[in-house]
Design a protein around this ligand. Structure first.
Ligand code: GLN
Length: 304
């Protein structure tokens, strides 16, 4: 079977099974999404494109965007960012506060909310117009001028964002937030609200499979060593307290979001995006995990 046939077969099989888990509803706007959407898109460096299901429906990529804000901050500040945020798996939920107390406001890694908020603070210090410049960076990586924030989702998240407000204030009390809380959290909520289709998301992530170079434009987005490090952090921390399980079952560096998306890459080969809104108890897409496990097993296209 070709990878396209495997993709279609798995899509149909998994769609026919019961869709378990729950749509994230703590962000009211996300709770309105049809839970049965299920899309997949794979883009390879050598120009292959595979797809199945609802791959052209835009969705809120949520925490997947943390990879892009991290790439931007890493590019701007280099290794200095690692003084403000660590690179160890947290082993705790994405929005947890507990480790911060013991670790003096230095978040475990840039993909839990605490770490992504510190990265947003770094961007606020470095940039004149952080929201605009971050969006331009994302468009450059995506080679797509139509990528946008969704202001309705950003506002919806802010309206119920008590835990993220708690996190940012707590981190600031340790001196690891340097800008106004309102400015930084606004950037964080906008970052989370970025909308993409599976196709756009896989195209955006392809530079991480291609040693940091945007495949269509040939533009270098990140150095080779920086790209290696981002991929390593995705591998160890991209799925919160399910990162080990994802490595075990899927075997690709990747990143999930509570919108139900997962983006993953196979270095020197492809980027894949899967979207299905129902989440397991760890906040990762139920069908997305299931699909990727079987896809990498049957195609033997994983890093291990
Ligand atoms: N914006 C979401 C939040 O802060 C992101 C969480 C996620 O996708 N894991 O709660």
């Amino acid at each position: 079977m070709t990878p396209q046939e495997i993709m279609e077969m798995l899509h149909a099989e998994i769609k026919a099974e019961k869709n378990l888990g729950a749509v994230a509803s703590y962000i009211p706007e996300l709770g309105k999404v049809n839970p049965d959407y299920f899309g997949i898109y794979l883009t390879s460096i050598d120009g292959q494109r595979l797809s199945a299901g609802d791959w052209d429906v835009p969705f809120s990529i949520q925490s997947i965007a943390k990879v892009l804000s991290l790439s931007f901050a890493f590019n701007l500040k280099g290794d200095a960012i690692w003084e403000r945020v660590g690179v160890e798996p947290s082993g705790s939920p994405f929005n947890s506060l507990v480790q911060l107390e013991f670790e003096s406001g230095i978040p475990r890694n840039p993909f839990i909310n605490a770490g992504a908020i510190v990265i947003c603070d770094i961007l606020c210090s470095e940039l004149e117009n952080p929201k605009e410049e971050l969006l331009s960076f994302i468009r450059r990586v995506a080679n797509n001028p139509n990528i946008n924030y969704n202001p309705i989702i950003a506002a919806s998240e802010a309206s119920e964002g008590y835990r993220n407000f708690a996190l940012i204030n707590f981190i600031r009390s340790f001196g690891n937030i340097h800008n106004e809380v309102e400015e930084v959290i606004d950037l964080y909520f906008h970052l989370s609200s970025v909308m993409m289709t599976c196709k756009e998301l896989s195209e955006t992530f392809l530079f991480l499979a291609n040693a940091g170079i945007q495949v269509d434009t040939g533009e270098r987005i990140l150095g080779v060593s920086m790209t290696k490090r981002i991929n390593a952090v995705m591998q160890t921390c991209g799925f919160y307290d399910e990162a080990g399980e994802f490595a075990f079952r899927v075997g690709l560096p990747g990143k999930s979001g509570v919108g139900g998306g997962i983006a993953a890459i196979l270095p020197n080969d492809y980027a894949i995006a899967v979207w299905s809104p129902r989440l397991n108890t760890k906040g990762n897409s139920y069908r997305g995990m299931k699909f990727l496990e079987q896809f990498t097993t049957l195609t033997e296209l994983s890093i291990f």
